[in-house]
Design a protein around this ligand. Sequence first.
Ligand code: FES
Length: 172
Amino acid sequence: MAAINFAAVSMWLPELSSGKGNTFRSSFVLKKRPVASVSVAASSSESSPPVPEKPEIELEFIGPKPDGDRRYPVIRAKEISGEKLLRNIMLDNKIELYATYGKVMNCGGGGSCGTCIVEILDGKDLLNERTNTELRFLKKKPESWRLACQTIVGNKENAGKVVVQRLPQWKK
Ligand code: FES
């Protein structure tokens, strides 16, 4: 339950005065005098501690071919660190991952076809190490190449930006 806060309250209390001199008068003058401000805060023992935000990884996916303006299209996404494979992030965001053959013959993320290749242009330290499957499929490929179905984005504690080149095999 949320804490209840009362705003600071200024109060005026009446003061009795008998007026001038020591002659008793039957009528008293009411004076106002300030009293210190009172601030009260009440909180419920049922209030829950704030939930810490989970670190996030920003992703940029660079298209394999320039568009009409000769610019490479960029698609952006954001995910909680350490919760998803790169392949699933791309599919969930409808980002094209496979080339022609892979579109129809991929293994569905099982690590047995080698068609889900991407290149990590920036932020490789935010990803897991290459798996044995990747070492087998990408033995003669640049170190920056990964299999998206083997690549975990983040480790639940880190945050930052990863830049991914789609279909690096199409680059000349
Ligand atoms: S989808 Fe087959 S190896 Fe990644």
